[in-house]
Structure formats: structure tokens, C-alpha cells
Design a binder for this molecule. Structure first.
Ligand code: SF4
Length: 199
């Protein structure tokens, strides 16, 4: 069975690739993330994905980067908090584009590494995946990668591999939230380092 895996970032990709390959799938990565802003950050995360691909000798399909289409979809949802309606639309877009690419290339199914993130609602992601399956006719693999120490494993492994780990989810709105949070910490006189997160 050939699966096209939407890879949201290289660190989350480690557990996702490993778990799916252990189940016997032929896994191809698809770094479709036009939500990532600015472009320099997108390129940094993409380079990290390529680094993982090279080190683990993985297969992948090139994805376009067209933020204008993403911005069209989230128009009116700019002020939504992280985890709200904007995120639903964002995840739906990336999963739909992954499913359509899987269909075009004759893959059997698709999945996403997003379920490795400790910051995401897994039920929401899997429910969107099932919607996309109904809409596109491409089978969605329901996953819970972060469970059973999946997230912990990805943190340790990506550190060993020297993979870049971002400190905000990806879009300009999540970046603004992160900058405001940093400002509050400076205002409060915090000397602690900024929490490193994955998407
Ligand atoms: S916070 Fe993350 S999931 Fe939500 S819209 Fe922004 S990039 Fe997408």
C-alpha cells in the first residue's frame, strides 16, 4: 500500500514516517504547507524536510508553495485563536491538496504528520481527514502519532539528527501571537528561553 504523507515539519515527520513504515506502508512525503510565513521560514522548514529525506533515504513528491490561495481560504478568520476555525480551514486545505495529489499519482491512501503535534486536536484532524476522504474518494489513514511516546521520540530523534524545530505553528497570525507572547515575557522580566514547539 502506497501512502502520501502530508509532512507538516521534519520533526513531526520522523515519527510519522517511522510508524507508517513499520506497518508496511510504502511512504512518500508531501511538504504542502503554503500556510507557513514568511517565505524564509517556509524555506528553512523545507530544507529541514530535505535533510530528513536525505538522511533516511525517503521518497517524496514536490509540492507547490502558493500562500495567496491559502490566504483566500482563511479570509475573515484572521482573529481566530489557534485551534479555532482558521486552523480547521488551514488543515482541511492541506489535507485536501494531499488527497488530490495522491489521487493524481495513483496512491492508495493519504495521512498527515500533524497528529504528532502536542498542540493539535487529534479528533479535529482525523475528522477533517475523514471528510476529505468522502469528498475525494481517497482513503484517509487515521493516526495518533503523538501517543505512545511518539512525540517524545520525535523530539529526541530530531535533536540527534539536527533538524530545525520551529517555535510557532506557521502562519502570520500564529507568528504575531508568538511575538506578542515574547513581548509579554520580556515585559515581565522573564529570563527563560522561548518555549520550542512543533506545529
Ligand atoms: S495556527 Fe497553524 S494550523 Fe492554525 S491557521 Fe495558522 S498555520 Fe494553520
Amino acid at each position: 500500500m502506497k501512502v502520501l504523507l502530508h509532512v507538516c515539519c521534519a520533526p513531526d515527520g520522523t515519527t510519522a514516517f517511522k510508524r507508517l513504515m513499520e506497518k508496511g506502508y510504502e511512504v512518500w512525503g508531501y511538504f504542502h504547507n503554503p500556510n507557513i510565513h514568511p517565505k524564509s521560514e517556509y524555506e528553512r522548514r523545507l530544507d529541514s524536510f530535505y535533510k530528513l529525506v536525505r538522511m533516511w533515504n525517503l521518497k517524496y513528491v514536490n509540492a507547490p508553495y502558493d500562500p495567496s490561495k491559502w490566504f483566500e481560504r482563511v479570509r475573515g478568520l484572521e482573529d481566530e485563536p489557534e485551534g479555532g476555525k482558521r486552523c480547521e480551514v488551514c488543515i482541511r486545505y492541506n489535507l485536501t491538496m494531499t488527497a488530490l495529489k495522491a489521487k493524481e499519482l495513483g496512491f492508495d491512501c493519504f495521512a498527515t504528520s500533524l497528529t504528532n503535534s502536542p498542540h493539535k486536536n487529534l479528533d479535529m484532524i482525523n475528522s477533517i481527514g475523514e471528510d476529505v476522504e468522502r469528498e475525494t474518494g481517497v482513503t484517509y489513514l487515521k493516526t495518533f502519532f503523538r501517543k505512545k511516546d511518539g512525540f517524545l521520540w520525535s523530539v529526541i530523534r530530531s535533536r540527534e539528527l539536527g533538524l530545525y524545530r520551529q517555535d510557532y505553528c506557521g502562519c502570520i497570525f500564529s507568528l504575531k501571537e508568538k511575538i506578542e507572547e515574547r513581548g509579554r515575557k520580556v515585559g515581565e522580566g522573564s529570563t527563560g528561553s522561548v518555549f520550542q514547539r512543533e506545529s
